[in-house]
Ligand binder design. Structure first.
Ligand SMILES: [Zn+2]
Length: 161
């Protein structure tokens, strides 16, 4: 089977969920996702605190300039990364990776994002204690987060950076 966009061959292993990949190859699916996320740039930059966009499989698709500043990263470098890798959560550095370690079950950020992804319900002012040793040098930092679903993306809003 060939990708209708770039005419390249699609490997069977790339087509995990045709309804989500739109029948196009992985590279083209990423380009589509990038364009969709870029369309929300004006929206996310209206917030006066950091905002991160999460796509339907739970990967980061974009962020506003305040979030990029907080993280010290570019939108290219965070694109399609796991949330834990973007935040440099210490558990995400384990071999199992973000979302798969025993610590991830109690990750409030992950659970809140996944709740909004699966139900469409917004969450407001949830206290989260991510293990952001990279940003803070300490384990216990309280973030107040909110999540809303906009155009298939979860908008993760950090109220108190
Ligand atoms: Zn393609």
């Amino acid at each position: 089977m060939n990708c209708p966009w770039c005419k390249g061959q699609i490997e069977d292993k790339e087509i995990q969920d045709p309804s989500k990949s739109h029948g196009i190859c992985f590279d083209c699916a990423q380009k589509l996702l990038w364009r969709k996320a870029q369309k929300l740039n004006d929206f996310v930059n209206k917030f006066d605190s950091p905002v991160i966009l999460i796509e339907e499989s739970g990967r980061v698709a974009g962020a506003n300039s305040l979030a990029l500043e907080m993280l010290g990263k570019t939108s290219e470098s965070i694109f399609y990364q796991n949330g834990g890798d973007v935040f440099e959560c210490k558990w995400a550095q384990l071999p199992e990776g973000c979302g798969n370690t025993i610590h991830c079950k109690s990750c409030t950020i992950r659970n809140t994002v996944m709740h909004t992804l699966s139900t469409g319900e917004s969450c407001h002012n949830v206290s989260a204690y991510p293990d952001l040793h990279y940003l803070t040098g300490t384990d216990k930092v309280e973030f107040i987060i909110s999540t809303i679903l906009v155009n298939d993306f979860v908008v993760l809003h950090i109220e108190n950076p």
